[in-house]
Design a protein around this ligand. Structure first.
Ligand code: B12
Length: 846
């Protein structure tokens, strides 16, 4: 049967000539059929048209071209989806159309069905008509009428490392090579409000971002960069008050008034409590600081975005796209309410609110997410803030970043492909600016070489592919419109749930959004470990021996390098102790040169503002940012300004929890789904092997428990200011489900605190999860403490996380027993650890 294609009317035929002629011939045949068949018109009655002879009209093209196949029999009745399903069932040899439909529909981890075929029956004609145009409420098709056809998105690469000078050089290089805006990554000491000389940050200074202690550092960071021309985005949330104050004063001293500054400060504290973990103060006073910042900026910095409501971090922590979207929009609503409570008009604040989303490998889902985001935000603002009249208040403008989680340490060049696909989803979804991750993402901060490849990925999309030539090219696609509705519905349900619970300020205290994301992360880990979610080079098509990197050259001036012996890319290396020493020296010099009395008075004013009720008429200036700007002018440091606020609000210490059951149930479900439902024999055998492996590990663990009189006990620890807890949480969840007793240390522990906790809990092993490059400083210190403390001398020490392979030997030499890098399968790790404990024997089996 070849009667599927409907004959196009000549005028609509793409490409003209050949199809138009065929259409005309078919129309003539149809007329003839009607006469012959007495007006019935069915396709069955149509006699097959005689094949056109050589040189006949249907041949169309060049002389000598092969003859075209016979024309399709005409049909006057539109094919129905049911007819398609019957054909699909036949092709699949399914017992029924319903079985075929089930086999052809996959569900995203969030339960959104993705069908194999979408038709007009899946979309609402009214919705399509209402949302037909970009630049018009609710902006589903884009916030601007012309989108990239007029101006492409902004290429904005997130970067910062070591000292202000080194980061400044990298910014200038990026701007010279096609970057259009700056995006500053601060180190973890700065994020958490500590000066570089604080005892709790010895392993963190300059390691995962740039160290900023004072206005002087900020001036060095932007030296030679015209701040009234280049827009600057700063990812800062916890220490937002001193950092923004330093930025304002650094610009002022370079002759640029605050009113001329362009850019964005992230200033989104709610998601810090859910996933990012660079908070300083508890939730309620943190929100108070946000309203002070909004008030200050709306008066003094009209071109500056005061908040970037961020979903990206939730996606990276484990949320699916709809959960990310729903929680982010709920955060946005909370911030607008916060502004309103502070007496600000919505139209003064909402146009300066921007968004930030992550883009994963779920290509269709991510395009749909950005379309759904714009629709939902426009309608939520309309619903919750009827007083808004400025059109800009309804427009969801967003930055996007491709997913770092999707990138692998194995075969890192594969990451360029992943990033390209994700970047395309961001662009086709209509982002306003974009960061593309570097190919060495899962190993270290990017090098000049890997940053260049990442930036060029965007430049190629923008300037070589023609992608910018049409606005919302997916608009009107049955699949994309239906998926946009599905993602929007799912995300709207999350928003409603948060609102019903009292808003996000209440929900973060309750902790359920965080728990839900952590559970999703445990399930994802199980799907990867069981092989249900394919990651090329990690759980499928795993490379036996590393080939040479394509195009590899020896390390050189460009920073380009890939070691063609091992297929390794060379990594950025930062000397922790040198950076820390340099920062501490500068701090000492600043403190020696300043007017101490003026600093003390300015810091007292910061504390008084933090303690005062905003807007209260007590004669005390109540805007904390305004007080911090004054303190920055007299060279108060970041740590001092943060402490002046902490004196009133205290420091927030989060509770740690472990997800139970999600890992094993998702692992079982993934194995069962792959094993049943018509999979191949080879597939089913592989799944049996997975299930058998899980049983073997749990048996090893229970045998250990039988012999030792208790289950193997593991303390999972986070050291220093590294707040990445996804790895620690999934390890805790997985090991717990496999039969281990798991303790989790609180975030931000020192080596001494972890050593004490190991003793108190009488654990068999301590497992440090390290992602932010402090492993070379803090792990040796922990090992020394454990080995010198009676009671923990022979505790096994494990280290996992973002550890470059070249550091493995060094760690082992320092007394680490096992190292687990990105891509570790939890059953493998759990087995290795229990075998190690057994081999150790002696005190361990007690
Ligand atoms: C997710 C992520 C985030 C999330 C964190 C969410 C969260 N709550 O954890 C967000 C977006 C918030 C984030 C923020 C930042 N990030 Co980040 N992030 C990542 C990313 C993309 C993935 C890490 C991850 O969770 N992977 C999934 C987990 C399951 O894998 P894993 O941690 O490797 O754990 C596995 C194994 O390593 C092992 N394992 C790990 N621990 C343990 C422990 C034991 C006992 C055992 C047995 C095994 C084991 O088993 C696990 C299962 O396979 C990495 C890059 C990458 N692809 O690795 C960057 C990365 C870690 N981030 C980085 C940076 C710089 C930051 C920031 C500091 C940026 C900044 N300057 O503001 C911030 C600050 C965050 C903070 N508070 O510390 C850098 C660190 C640079 C470095 N090491 O030199 C990285 C490497 C990216 C990069 N190349 O620049 N990040």
């Amino acid at each position: 049967m070849g009667a599927w294609r409907r004959v196009l009317p000549a005028a609509a035929a793409p490409g003209g000539g050949r199809v138009a002629v065929a259409a005309a011939a078919a129309a003539a045949r149809r007329a003839a059929t009607r006469v012959a068949g007495g007006g019935g018109g069915g396709t069955a009655a149509a006699p097959p048209a005689p094949p056109a002879g050589p040189g006949g009209a249907r041949q169309g093209g060049a002389p000598g071209a092969p003859p075209l196949p016979p024309p399709l029999p005409p049909r006057d009745v539109a094919p129905s989806p049911a007819e398609w399903l019957e054909r699909a069932a036949a092709e699949l040899r399914s017992p029924s159309p319903a079985a075929a439909e089930a086999a052809l529909t996959r569900h995203t981890p969030e339960g959104i069905p993705i069908k194999a075929l979408y038709t007009s029956a899946d979309v609402s004609a009214e919705r399509l008509a209402a949302e037909a145009l970009p630049g018009v409420h609710p902006y589903t098709r884009g916030v601007h009428a012309t989108m990239y056809t007029h101006r492409p998105w902004t290429v904005r690469q997130y970067s910062g490392f070591a000292t202000a000078e080194e980061s400044n050089a990298a910014y200038k290089a990026a701007l010279g090579a096609g970057g259009k805006g700056l995006s500053v990554a601060f180190d973890l000491a700065t994020h958490r409000g500590y000066d570089s000389d604080h005892e709790r940050v010895s392993g963190d200074v300059g390691m995962a971002g740039v160290a900023i202690d004072s206005v002087e550092d900020m001036k060095r960071l932007f030296e030679g960069i015209p701040l009234d021309e280049v827009s600057v985005s700063m990812t800062m949330n916890g220490a937002v008050v001193p950092v923004l104050a330093f930025f304002i004063v650094a610009a002022e001293e370079a002759g640029v008034p605050a009113s001329a500054l362009r850019g964005t400060i992230q200033n989104d504290i709610l998601k810090e409590f859910n996933v990012r973990n660079t908070f300083i103060y508890p939730p309620a006073p943190s929100l108070r600081l946000i309203s002070d910042i909004m008030a200050y900026c709306s008066a003094e910095m009209p071109r500056f975005n005061t908040i970037s409501v961020s979903g990206y971090h939730m996606l990276e922590a484990g949320a699916g796209p709809a959960l990310e979207l729903g929680l982010t929009l709920a955060d946005g609503l909370e911030y607008l309410r916060c502004a309103k409570r502070a007496g600000l008009a919505i139209d003064a604040v909402a146009p300066r609110v921007s968004f930030f989303f992550g883009i994963s490998m779920d290509f269709y889902g991510e395009v749909a997410k950005l379309r759904a985001a714009r629709r939902l935000w426009a309608n939520l603002v309309l619903q919750h803030f009827p007083e808004a009249t400025d059109e800009r208040s309804f427009k969801l403008r967003t930055h996007c970043q491709t997913s770092g989680y999707s990138l692998t340490a194995a075969e890192p060049w594969n990451n360029v492909v992943r990033t390209t696909v994700e970047a395309m989803a961001a662009v086709l979804g209509g982002t306003q600016s974009l960061h593309t991750n570097a190919l060495d993402e899962a190993m270290a901060l990017p090098t000049p070489f890997s940053s260049r490849v990442a930036r060029n990925t965007q430049l190629i999309l923008a300037e070589e592919t023609g992608l910018t030539g049409a606005v919302d090219p997916w608009g009107g696609s049955y699949l994309m419109e239906a998926l946009t509705d599905a993602v929007a519905d799912k995300a709207a349900a999350v928003v409603e749930e948060v609102e019903a619970a009292g808003g996000m300020a209440v929900a973060v205290v309750d902790g359920w959004p965080k728990a839900r994301i952590e559970e999703a992360a445990a399930r994802k880990q199980a799907r990867v470990d069981s092989g249900a979610d394919v990651v090329v080079g990690v759980n499928k098509y795993v490379q036996e021996a590393a080939p040479s990197a394509p195009g590899a050259t020896a390390e050189g001036g460009s920073g380009a390098a890939a070691d063609d012996a091992g297929g390794r890319v060379s990594l950025l290396s930062i000397d922790a102790s040198a950076i820390c020493a340099a920062q501490c020296e500068r701090l000492a010099a600043i403190k020696a040169a300043r007017d101490d009395a003026a600093v003390a008075a300015a810091l007292a004013a910061v504390t008084a503002a933090a303690a005062a009720t905003p807007g209260a008429d007590t004669g005390v200036a109540t805007n904390v940012l305004a007080a911090a700007v004054a303190a920055a002018r007299v060279r108060a440091t970041l740590g001092e300004i943060s402490s002046a606020i902490e004196a009133v609000y205290g420091r927030h210490q989060p509770a740690s929890s472990v997800v139970r059951g999600a890992y094993s149930s998702a692992y079982d479900a993934a194995s069962a789904a792959a094993g049943g439902g018509g999979g191949s024999d080879a597939h089913a055998a592989a799944d049996d092997a997975e299930a058998a492996e899980l049983r073997r590990v749990t048996t090893l663990v229970s045998d250990f428990a039988a012999d030792a009189g208790r289950r193997p006990r593991l303390l999972v620890a986070k050291l220093g200011q590294d707040g990445h807890d996804r790895g620690a949480k999934v390890i805790s969840a997985g090991f717990g489900d496999l039969g281990y007793d798991v303790d989790v240390s609180p975030l931000f522990a020192t080596p001494a605190e972890v050593a004490r906790a190991a003793l108190e809990a009488d654990v068999h092993a301590v497992g440090v999860s390290s992602q932010a490059a402090a492993h070379r400083t803090l792990v040796p210190e922990l090992v020394t403490r454990l080995r010198s403390q009676p009671g923990t001398r022979d505790v096994a020490v494990l280290v996992g996380g973002v550890i470059p392979e070249e550091h493995y030997e060094e760690l082992r030499a320092q007394g680490v027993d096992l190292v687990f890098g990105p891509g570790t399968r939890i059953p493998d790790a759990a087995e290795k650890v229990v075998r190690l404990l057994r081999e150790r024997g002696g005190d361990h089996l007690r």
